[in-house]
Design a protein around this ligand. Structure first.
Ligand SMILES: Nc1ncnc2c1ncn2[C@@H]1O[C@H](COP(=O)(O)OP(=O)(O)OP(=O)(O)O)[C@@H](O)[C@H]1O
Ligand SMILES: [Mg+2]
Length: 1222
């Protein structure tokens, strides 16, 4: 049932199976790991199908979980202090209930932490094992069943849980630890605290099988193991949303780092798999080799001693899959860079780099593969037995690649590491300045140059920074030379600073890779692996700081396990006999008190102006802590008249919880100040090496900071305070590591050494408190919430207050009264069995409720499914019926149409037959009647029309032909164009006269129509043209040319031309024609240009230049006119001899528009005098007497005729012309 509770999606009791055979039906979801013991499929129930039942089960499980979490979560049995008991029968874990169906037999007196067992499992009969311890037991109660783990816990000689020690004494405790150690059982419990004794040899207890064994185990039902606490913490984190921290303490070499790695690897192994999750796990795990390479070193106590404190927060998602983490580091022991005692080593990385770096890499880093070459490595070859530096270097490089370091970053890291190593080889030599002061200079520039090349720095800058120092005197900067010893101090300070800052960068860089994205909801498991308590022959500042940290961790332990426990009993009003324990807060206060603590004093000394040295510091301490119980020095002892030769001068001793430690104050101030000359940080900032440069941001001259950096002590105090705050918020899990011998010998147990650790770890007090107390306590409210289903009175709702509800509930369950105690706010349960009993009952009840939920859910689901099926069925049948009906209807329609077609066809055919018969009859009747009518007509014809039939027939035919001719004529009338003289011929000869007549009529009618549509101007022009035709047609050759020319009349543009204004006045409104003519001179026959104006009354000839009328003839003066028959423009105007102008003789003009001129003259004369112009068209013109004969060559006009307005006289006119000429 534990599994059922913790992993609700993995194992599910099935109601069906339970109903069939009473065994739980166990289901394993894919990827939930190998089958747990007993998770075989139930024989009485078929293997479930994969898909639907899976979802169903998951849903049900979720509902169950939902139900259970009402009382689960932080309110679980382990929510209270230390009570980690998880219910269920151990022998049939994780099956629940017992597969044998046996009743669970409570064993209330069993004081062990094993899980209660049923009486039916083999070897699990109640009372079969007798507790061999003297642990007080309630009378009349049965013993817990015998089983391996429980046996281990209860073995008198080597009890697994020291709470069961008998007698409870230091010797017994030591003996037990030794006995267990000799049996290679290195882990022992005190309640939930795990004590681990370092075996110094690999034991076969960390195999994958062991991981599986402890996975989801019952903490107290299995042999004590570090995996059990890891599993317990992990399950609490995953299932109860409780942040966890695992505090691993112990002295150097006790196995803390190994323990932390075991915890981490266990969590990695049991958390779920997946590409992303595996990557995260791998990154988290691989941070160890990298940090160990740079932060661990061989010491006399430990070949792989962590020289820094490490706290790692591993973050998980809601499913318990690791998401990433954050690493915090504390105080790297940087003095080791420049100095380590013989037999120890510097940090591993230097040896690893020299041993494992390829020749190419070393050449690039300007290193030699020889440790003895380097001053910081004590110039000795240091090969550790069992440690392969080269292999470790490769492993570290692989780890870096996995974490996500780029090759460039790795190279930069190694370059800076090489710089540190090479700095140790920078030798200084002494020289003297002109002032006689000692100064230093670089003895051998080679190393310095190589360093400068590595980091891209000018060697002179580095040399100056190492050999001189800039001092500010008032506002001026003065460069002072350093002596050789000061120079070496500078060099070492620089090396230490570079390395420690590089280490901080390394941690930051790892954090960048493993850090979880913000926003995700996380659960945190912190693993603290901090340097152990150290007592050396000569303890310095580092030991002081380390021991202070351990003191604080002890304080947390005391507070949370001892003090808190006792205080709670008092607070809750539970009867309780106080247990004496040592409270180390007085020691913490001695060190960290912000006003008068040792660290505060040290800071004060560091910041105080004037001469500051350790003597003033220790004097001050001696004054302040003269009467402090945990502080002593030579001076304070002297004051008490106590002689202690083991306490030298310049030393003080603190009585730590773990023993007395004598600290030598030499170097305290310097180490606390941890100052680096500004020249050095500026030189480093000036380097081109990006990583190195980034380590010294204060070296930027643009950002000078006058503020002193915080001291090492105050920094450490602050980070320890943060750490403590962090730890307080989490549920603590303790692993207390014990170092069994000082020689790192396998399986060697040195009782004295262990006893000392047992004492300072406060293990005895721890056991006492555990034994005297109650195993379990919880606030009433969550307790009632979790268990209220066990009583019908409290389930499902309890209306009273929580305490009363709890009392009612527990009273009904009938637990022995001594098992329970009711505090003010909490219920206390003495033995785990009672709790187990409660849990078991609850689980049974929960199983019933789960079954109920399952049944309800399945019922609901079935109903839903049924309703859905029904709905679907109705829908389908509706569709189907519709479809069937539509089909039927279509078929019916088709049939009806077919029938209709047949019927219609039949009817039509019948009708057709009838119609055919009727038609034949009708035809027959028509034929008969035609014959009959013919016969009748013929008879009538014979009787009445035969006498005048010929006449009537010919009239009829004649009329018919005329009718046809006229209709044909009407339909084929020729076009309306007046010039078109076409006319269809007469179809019959007897119609030709009529046809000619009609043609004439039609032509006249066509002309009339044409005339009607003419404008008066067009009409005048046509009249003129007609007149011209009458005068000249077929008489003068020029006439044919004039046909194309329109008669414009005005050719001079009198109105437009201003020159002709006078002429215009002459013409006034009477102008008929105006044109330019040539007048033939009578005297010489020469032509002179003249303007001719013909008005309705006059004919005017004007000079074209002056536009003055030269000759004005009245129309009545014109006797006649002559023109030739040819195509010339000569016009002879015969004037009356009586007229004024006529005395000179006739006028002979040449006109370009002769036809028009004569025509207009003729018309004007007609209009004016109503007499036609006597016009002669002659072949020859003799001219008047006055005319010389040359002007008209003989025969020029011969053959002409004379025309008058009355008509054409033809040849007869010629004689008259001759007469006229004579
Ligand atoms: N569970 C173990 N099984 C076998 N050997 C162990 C175990 N735990 C520790 N050791 C051995 O003890 C050595 C020292 O252990 P570890 O480095 O964890 O000590 P530590 O407590 O971290 O010391 P420090 O405080 O100096 O760092 C290991 O190198 C290993 O050889
Ligand atoms: Mg360590």
């Amino acid at each position: 049932m534990t599994v059922f509770l913790m992993r609700p999606f993995v194992l599910l009791p099935s109601a069906h199976c339970r109903a069939l055979c009473g065994q739980p039906r166990l289901r394993r979801l894919p990827g939930s790991g190998p089958a747990a013991a007993g998770s075989v499929p139930c024989p009485g129930f078929p293997e479930p199908r994969e898909e639907a039942p899976f979802v169903c089960s998951a849903t049900i499980a979720f509902l169950c979980l939902f139900l259970l979490r009402g009382g689960g979560g932080a309110a679980g049995p382990r929510a209270g202090l230390g009570a980690s008991a998880r219910g269920g029968c151990r022998c049939c874990v994780p099956q629940f209930p017992c597969p044998e169906g046996g009743p669970w037999a409570p064993a209330p007196s069993w004081a062990g932490r094993g899980r209660p067992q049923c009486g039916s499992c083999p070897g699990g009969s109640p009372g079969s094992a007798t507790p061999a311890t003297g642990v007080p037991q309630a009378a009349g109660t049965a013993q817990p069943p015998a089983m391996e783990a429980t046996a281990s816990l209860l073995d008198a000689a080597a009890v697994g849980d020291l709470v069961m020690l008998d007698p409870l004494s230091e010797e017994a405790l030591l003996r037990t630890l030794q006995e267990r150690f000799s049996r290679e059982e290195i882990y022992t419990y005190i309640g939930e605290v795990v004590i681990s004794v370092n075996p110094y040899k690999p034991l076969p207890i960390y195999t994958p099988e062991k991981v599986e064994e402890y996975h989801d185990c019952n903490f107290f039902a299995v042999k004590p193991h570090i995996y059990a606490i890891a599993d317990d913490a992990y399950c609490s984190l995953r299932d109860r949303d409780q942040d966890q921290c695992i505090l691993i303490t112990g002295e150097s070499g006790a196995g803390k780092t190994e323990a932390s790695k075991l915890v981490m690897s266990y969590v990695a192994a049991v958390s779920s798999k997946g590409e992303e999750v595996d990557k995260v796990k791998e990154q988290l795990l691989q941070s160890n080799p990298v940090l160990e390479a740079f932060g661990n070193a061989k010491t006399i106590r430990n070949d792989n001693s962590s020289r820094f404190g490490k706290y790692m927060d591993v973050e998980f998602d809601f499913k318990g899959d690791p998401l990433g983490g954050v690493i915090s580091n504390y105080l790297l022991e940087k003095s080791r860079i420049v100095h380590h005692v013989k037999g120890e080593r510097n940090f591993h990385i230097f040896y690893q780099l020299l041993a494992g770096g390829s020749a190419q890499l070393l050449q690039k880093l300007k290193l030699r593969p020889d440790c003895s070459h380097y001053g910081y490595l004590n110039r000795e070859k240091s090969v550790l037995p069992g440690m392969d530096d080269a292999a470790n270097f490769r492993a570290m490089q692989d780890a870096m690649a996995i974490i996500g370091f780029t090759p460039a970053e790795v190279t930069a890291l190694l370059e800076v590491t090489a710089v540190v190593l090479k700095l140790g080889n920078v030798e200084l030599s002494s020289c003297f300045q002109a002032s006689g002061m000692e100064a230093s200079s670089i003895a051998e520039p080679q190393e310095l140059q190589e360093i400068s090349q590595l980091v891209g720095l000018d060697p002179s800058t580095l040399e100056q920074a190492l050999c001189s120092r800039t001092v500010k005197v008032r506002d001026e900067s003065v460069l002072t030379a350093l002596s050789v010893s000061q120079g070496y101090y500078c060099r070492d300070a620089l090396a230490k600073n570079i390395y420690s800052r590089l280490f901080d960068w390394l941690v930051d860089r790892i954090n960048t890779s493993i850090r979880v994205k913000p926003g995700e909801q996380r659960k945190v498991m912190g693993v603290l692996d901090i340097y152990g308590f150290e007592i050396f022959q000569d303890n310095g500042f580092e030991q002081f700081i380390i021991n202070y940290c351990n003191e604080k961790l002890q304080q947390i332990f005391i507070l949370m396990t001892l003090k808190e426990e006792q205080e709670e009993y008092v607070r809750e009003g539970i009867q309780w006999t106080p247990v004496e324990f040592f409270d180390n807060s007085i020691i913490c206060d001695l060190i960290e008190n912000s006003k008068v603590g040792i660290l505060a004093m040290l800071d004060e000394e560091c910041l105080r102006p004037g001469t500051v040295n350790e003597d003033t510091f220790i004097t001050k301490l001696n004054q302040i802590f003269a009467s402090h119980k945990h502080y002593e020095s030579k001076e304070t002892l002297n004051a008490k008249h106590v002689t202690d030769i083991s306490l030298p001068l310049r030393c003080f001793r603190i009585h730590h919880y773990a023993g007395k430690v004598t600290y030598n104050v030499t170097g305290f101030i310097e180490k606390n100040n941890d100052l680096l000359f500004r020249d050095l940080s500026q030189a480093m900032w000036a380097a081109q090496h990006t990583l190195l440069r980034s380590l010294f941001p204060e070296g930027d001259p643009q950002r000078p900071s006058l503020k002193l950096p915080p001291t090492t002590g105050s920094q450490f105090k602050a980070s320890v305070a943060t750490l403590m705050k962090n730890l307080y918020t989490k549920n603590p899990n303790y692993i207390r590591c014990i170092k069994p011998n000082d020689t790192k010998t396998a399986m060697l147990f040195t009782p004295d050494l262990v006893l000392a650790q047992v004492r300072y770890l406060g293990l005895m007090e721890n056991v006492r408190v555990r034994r005297a107390g109650y195993a379990f306590r919880q606030l009433y409210q969550p307790f009632l919430k979790r268990y209220k289903m066990l009583s019908s009175r409290t389930w499902p709702h309890w209306m009273g207050n929580d305490r009363e509800g709890t009392e009612v509930l527990l009273a009904e369950l009938q637990f022995p009264p001594e098992e329970l105690a009711y505090g003010h706010t909490k219920i206390f349960i003495r033995s785990p069995q009672t709790l187990f009993d409660l849990e078991k009952r609850r689980q049974q009840r929960v199983a019933e409720l789960a079954t109920l939920i399952q049944a309800t859910f399945r019922g609901w689901r079935c109903r839903k499914q049924y309703q859905q099926m029904r709905k679907s069925q109705i829908l389908i049948s509706a569709w189907f019926r519709g479809h069937a009906q539509r089909n039927r209807y279509k078929q019916m329609k088709r049939s009806v149409l077919l029938l209709q077609a047949y019927a219609r066809g039949w009817k039509s055919r019948r009708l057709l037959r009838e119609l055919k018969v009727q038609r034949r009859r009708h035809l027959a009747a028509s034929t008969i009647s035609a014959y009959w009518k013919g016969y009748q007509t013929r008879r009538m014809y014979r009787r009445y029309f035969r006498s005048n039939a010929r006449m009537r027939l010919s009239n009829f035919i004649y009329r018919r032909m005329v009718q046809k001719y006229l209709i044909g004529l009407r339909n084929n009338l020729p076009p309306m164009a007046v010039l078109d003289r076409t006319w269809p011929p007469a179809p019959y000869k007897f119609l030709s006269d009529a046809n000619q007549e009609l043609k004439g009529i039609f032509y006249l009618w066509k002309c009339k129509k044409y005339r009607e549509q003419l404008s008066p101007q067009q009409r005048a022009v046509l009249q003129a043209k007609l007149c011209a035709s009458e005068l000249f047609k077929d008489k003068k050759a020029l006439y044919a040319h004039s046909l194309q020319q329109p008669f414009r009349g005005e050719y001079l543009g009198l109105t437009q031309n201003r020159k002709y204004q006078k002429l215009q006045a002459v013409a006034k409104d009477k102008l008929v024609m105006a044109e330019a003519v040539q007048k033939v001179n009578r005297a010489n026959g020469k032509k002179v240009p003249r303007l001719l104006l013909l008005t309705t009354e006059h004919l005017v000839l004007a000079d074209p230049k002056a536009a003055q009328p030269k000759l004005v003839l009245s129309l009545s003066d014109i006797r006649g006119a002559s023109v030739s028959r040819f195509s010339d423009g000569l016009l002879a105007l015969h004037l009356k001899e009586t007229s004024a102008a006529g005395g000179k003789g006739d006028l002979l003009l040449v006109s370009p528009h002769l036809i028009e001129l004569v025509t207009r003259l003729h018309q004007t004369l007609m209009d004016a005098t109503a007499q036609a112009l006597p016009l002669s068209i002659v072949d020859q013109y003799a001219g008047p007497r006055a005319w010389p004969t040359w002007a008209f060559p003989e025969g020029a006009w011969a053959g002409g005729g004379v025309a008058t307005a009355q008509g054409v006289s033809g040849r007869a006119g010629w004689n008259r012309a001759a007469h006229w000429a004579g």
